[in-house]
Design a protein. Sequence first.
Length: 207
Amino acid sequence: MGELKRAARQLDVTSSVLRQQGWKTASDARIRAVRADPPEWLIRAQETRRKKRSRQKRLRDRRNIATRLGIQARAAAEHDIEPGDVEALLAEPPEWLVAEQQRRQAQIEREVKERLRADLSEALADSVRDVWFQELKYVTTDEEADAIDARWAPEIAKAKNEARRLAGELTPEQVRARIERERESARAAGVYRAAQLVRRALGGDSG
């Protein structure tokens, strides 16, 4: 395997290409012979690899350009922007660039808001699930469990609806603070329950 990797690097192909051609070993003499008189399969594989690298470089350049300009990669491609164009565009932004920057900023804000909404939804739902689980721990029959499930299952939907409402009304900072309060409350409840279990294990709730 080490020989094939070394040979692949020297021939500018992948080791899988060599294995497909039946290579199991790759002596220096064999590598020199193939480089001196490249077979058709090697020429094709090298060209495919060069094209792939070229595509990857274009994509990297496009992403870098988009990041520097504060726009989407799609817009950088549509306007055929090259790396050397960036400084001039930033110095005197044309109307299309300003519009794309505003569009990108709006997209970022939407994505941030959606992530916060999802995090808040999960935090509120976790609080419901925690109480739900605490009740289920003490049931003795399937009927009791079914009754508890029927009562608490709708509360998950209510919690998610509440998260959507709050995410629409509160600022991102307020949403983050609410998420942290919910998580802190869940941590405190977990510590309390763990302490109860320890007291019971040591002989009762009296301390």
